[in-house]
Design a protein around this ligand. Structure first.
Ligand code: IPE
Length: 277
């Protein structure tokens, strides 16, 4: 048996990967059950697969394939009783649903000429009370080293205390950013950036995120999103930047923004600048 380990990790000569998270809000119709936005997904896949780009890790959210079920079976909070059979059944349904979306994402990346390979994290990642407590970045390293694009997604994972719970792809991005020493992390959304408080009736995009600005954002109430919405994402971006990687939130609805951001060009959106290390 061959022991894969750090020795087969990204060597000094390998270019640092760019991590792209396709938000569920942009690749699915978030308010309609399990509906893909086929044209948007196709264009984003084509932008990701343009020749000559850096090595990529692609993550995607669950959108309407995951959040409604996660809300219905309360998978993002403590179960009312241990070994609740409804929760287990709900977890199985949500797990199957997010895989339907995953296959669609893989297929678009293949059709666009890429070399995606599925790397689900549910086999090894664990949560503790809804927060990621165990994660193995090695499969991502190995597939990157072999010239592939690892593709993973927000999922249902085992939870030490709750049986199962939800792991957001934003948390996977945070783990991978430092484990792979990523060049940058791009969150692709249906909004042009993190929107600040209204000024004369309009909410401007915050170009540079700071902890004070993020603290001032309201947690969204009543939205069909179990993983923290835009405020949770902004917090993940700050944590990524704190560990030394540039993180941006850009629109996936504006043609060409993703391909330019992947190439390292300045793109309109919200950015959390990497802390010096
Ligand atoms: C959510 O993942 C996973 C499930 C609800 C099963 P994300 O937090 O990454 O998904 P989006 O981007 O908000 O849809």
């Amino acid at each position: 048996m061959r022991l894969w380990g750090r020795a087969y990790g990204l060597g000094m000569a390998s270019p640092a990967p760019v991590i792209v998270k396709l938000g569920g809000s942009v690749i699915t119709r978030k308010r309609e059950a399990a509906r893909i936005r086929p044209k948007v997904l196709r264009r984003l896949a084509e932008e990701l697969c343009e020749p000559g780009g850096p090595p990529l890790v692609v993550l995607h959210g669950a959108g309407s394939f995951g959040h409604p079920g996660a809300v219905r079976w309360r998978l993002a909070s403590a179960p009312p009783s241990e070994g609740d059979p409804h929760r287990a059944r709900g977890a199985a349904i949500v797990s199957a649903e997010v895989r339907r979306l995953h296959v669609a994402v893989l297929r678009e990346l293949v059709d666009a000429g890429g070399r995606p390979v599925s790397v689900p994290v549910a086999g090894s990642a664990r949560n503790h009370e809804g927060r990621l407590s165990q994660f193995d970045p090695d499969p991502f390293r190995r597939w990157l080293s072999a010239g592939f694009t690892p593709v993973s997604f927000g999922d249902v994972v085992l939870d030490d205390r709750w049986g199962t719970s939800i792991l957001s792809a934003d948390s996977i991005a945070l783990e991978l950013a430092s484990a792979l020493r990523a060049e940058r992390v791009l969150f692709v959304s249906d909004v042009p950036g993190v929107l600040g408080p209204a000024i004369r009736g309009r909410r401007p995009v915050i170009p540079e995120l700071t902890s004070e600005l993020v603290r001032s954002l309201q947690p969204k109430v009543g939205a069909p999103d179990v993983t923290g919405g835009i405020r949770g994402k902004a917090e993940a971006m700050l944590a990524i930047a704190e560990k030394g990687t540039l993180a941006g939130l850009i629109s996936g609805l504006s043609d060409g923004a993703l391909s330019r951001a992947v190439r390292g060009e300045a793109v309109y959106g919200s950015w959390a600048k990497a802390a010096a290390h």
